[in-house]
Design a protein around this ligand. Structure first.
Ligand code: CMC
Length: 439
């Protein structure tokens, strides 16, 4: 029997349908609410709003569960590769051997960017933020691709997805080379996705970079762990822009900008900066934690807390273990890892963090792994973007092929001035009326 919820207001009541997902998450379908009651719902930050039905990724934040298309993240991280999981996210199933080979061939075939695009890099100052370059270059890339995609056709879409994933990686490495004033490295056809990226980042004309298995495997895992996270800020951005039937490239360029923010993907950079500052100042960790708790605007425990996880972020646990392993294998002793671990220990014993259910998130240890591999701090969020790309592509496609595809257009509760009479410029008194702060 289908379930309903009852809403009462002003002496009237209405029945609203309840939609139940495959993991029994239930949501009240309020799509007819305004038409029948005149009311809308208000949920700033969307903490309680289901914006869509999606079959890509499942999260249970209370239990610390994350699954891509039904497969647990720890199993994928242990047994799969980034590219295989990307295929899973975009097409719904893990690839067969033949499909994996075909997709890998497509990635190799499309790894070059048009030579003309290399000139675009000259337009950026040498210290331009890499996420700004990435977003601009993804949009520019769109100009070199056919605008109209056969979104429903799997073969065609595999080519579209592979082309974008492969070229974004090439763009990311090229932007780094540009910022350090070194020649751009062309991709190599004999290297797989992640090793090829490291070659493009670090090879020198006189010395090809030979990445260690440990570095390749740690980075591949990191990309896999970032590949999707349901309706996060950047993915919701991609979906919203895509809902206006904007192109794949335009939608993803917007997603890159959203990810750039320090409360989202920018947190991996912010964590390392926080640890660097703590090292440099020598401030006691307990005193830093006290400042965090007091809400000192210069002290937030970056890499901690999550809108959805009210338990350990399963990705953080996997990354923490990978971090120990890769540093060990590469023979690196990083005092920042020790510092991060002590800070975590202090926070997790403190009632402020315990009562608010604040745990380390995906960004807490990922920077330490990237640093060990040699990736500069400024590129951390770009790495997150390369990882998140398959998720964005999968969500964009879901929006564009969805049965109920409509443009996203939220409503609001207006809190500004009521009707005012227009005053001619000579009659204005210049006094600014304090406005009620919008929440
Ligand atoms: N340090 C100190 N206090 C915190 C933190 C933190 N990292 N995170 C949350 N709180 C406090 C917050 O001040 C609030 O306290 P109170 O109830 O006294 O006002 C309470 O915990 C609830 O937090 P919130 O701000 O309502 O939580 P939110 O769901 O709006 O924000 C968040 C989630 C991830 C933006 C936030 O936890 C945060 O700012 N964390 C640090 C930045 C970070 O690590 N971001 C990466 C997120 S995971 C990857 C990704 O999404 O890209």
């Amino acid at each position: 029997m289908s379930k309903t919820a009852t809403i009462s207001y002003d002496g009237n009541s209405w029945e609203l349908p309840v939609v139940v997902g495959t993991e029994n998450e239930a949501g009240i379908d309020i799509s007819t609410l305004r038409a029948s009651t005149g009311l809308i719902t208000l949920d700033s930050g969307y903490g309680n709003t289901g914006a869509c039905q999606s079959n890509i990724t499942f999260i249970d934040g209370e239990q610390g569960i994350l699954r891509y298309r039904g497969y647990p993240i720890d199993e994928l991280a242990e047994r799969s590769t980034f590219i295989e999981s990307a295929y899973l996210l975009i097409f719904g199933e893990l690839p067969t051997m033949a499909q994996a080979q075909e997709f890998s061939d497509l990635l190799t075939r499309h790894q070059f960017i048009h030579e003309d695009m290399l000139h675009h890099f000259d337009g950026f100052p040498h210290d331009a933020p890499p996420m700004a370059i990435l977003s601009a270059m993804v949009n520019a890339l769109g100009c070199y691709q056919p605008l109209f995609l056969q979104i429903e056709d799997d073969d065609h879409f595999a080519e579209v997805a592979a082309r974008l994933m492969s070229k974004v990686r090439t763009i990311a490495a090229a932007s780094y080379r540009k910022t350090i004033g070194r020649p751009i490295n062309y991709p190599r056809s004999d290297l797989r996705y992640t090793a090829n990226f490291l070659h493009m980042m670090f090879s020198l004309p006189y010395k090809p970079y030979e990445p260690s298995d440990a570095a390749v495997s740690a980075l591949d895992k990191l990309l896999l762990l970032h590949a999707d996270h349901e309706q996060n800020c950047s993915t919701s951005t991609v979906r919203m822009v895509g809902s206006a039937q904007a192109t794949l490239h335009a939608s993803i360029a917007a997603g890159v900008c959203a990810l750039w923010g320090p409360l989202h993907g920018g947190a991996n950079t912010a964590v390392i900066k926080m640890l660097q500052e703590l090292q440099a100042s020598g401030e006691k960790l307990e005193s830093f934690v006290e400042r965090v708790k007091k809400g000192d605007k210069n002290a937030r425990l970056m890499g901690f807390g999550h809108r959805v996880y009210k338990n350990f972020d399963p990705r953080a646990n996997i990354i923490k273990r990978a971090c120990d392993r890769v540093l060990d294998t590469l023979g690196i002793h990083d005092p920042q890892l020790e510092l991060a671990k002590r800070l975590e220990e202090i926070a997790l014993k403190d009632d402020y963090f315990v009562s608010r259910k604040l745990y380390p998130n995906v960004d807490y240890y990922s920077g330490i792994i990237m640093k060990a591999i040699g990736i500069p701090v400024d590129m951390f969020t770009v790495m997150f973007a390369i990882g998140r790309l398959p998720g964005w592509i999968a969500h964009w496609r879901e929006v564009r092929t969805g049965a109920s595809a409509r443009i996203d257009r939220p409503r609001q509760i207006y809190t500004g001035p009521t009707l005012r009479k227009y005053v001619d410029i000579h009659g204005r008194n210049g006094i600014v009326t304090p406005q009620k702060k919008a929440s």
